[in-house]
Design a binder for this molecule. Structure first.
Ligand SMILES: [Zn+2]
Length: 146
């Protein structure tokens, strides 16, 4: 029912093909439409995020500085990033597409529903995918390949 936008596909350019395959299958029968907000990052890009809430204004979003502590979004020795972040962006209601606001989209219930779907597809494809929502440091938009 849903398709990944060009920008979502672009964001997954340097993400491991196994994870990309899971996401591409998952979007088709997902309970909600979603888009990719982050894929692979360089160490510099990771460090830029790390500085948010530290040397730059804003809320802290990561404990990985990109160098000493690496994120799974960073390109690994196999040449790929192993993580994506998603945003539930809309839904068909009685045949009419309704776009979510940021608050509506970043709702743990919606993310959990999509996560259950993504994890089931990963299992069927023998891909070891983990959901950040199952971590102690709750990161519900985050999925990564182990
Ligand atoms: Zn992430």
């Amino acid at each position: 029912m849903y398709v990944l936008s060009k920008s979502s596909l672009e964001k997954m350019k340097n993400v491991h093909p196994k994870l990309v395959d899971v996401i591409k299958t998952a979007i088709e029968n997902s309970s909600y439409d979603f888009r990719i907000t982050a894929g692979a990052r360089t160490a510099e890009e990771q460090n830029y995020l790390y500085q948010q809430g530290r040397t730059r204004a804003g809320q802290r979003v990561t404990n990985c500085d990109g160098y000493k502590a690496k994120s799974n979004h960073q390109i690994k020795s196999d040449g790929f990033g192993h993580a994506v972040d998603i945003f539930p962006c809309g839904v068909y209601e009685n045949g009419v597409y309704r776009k979510f606001t940021t608050d509506e989209g970043y709702d743990d219930k919606k993310l959990k529903s999509i996560a259950n779907h993504i994890l089931a597809i990963a299992k069927s494809k023998n891909a070891n995918v983990e959901w950040g929502g199952n971590w102690k440091m709750h990161d519900t938009p985050h999925f990564e390949l182990k």
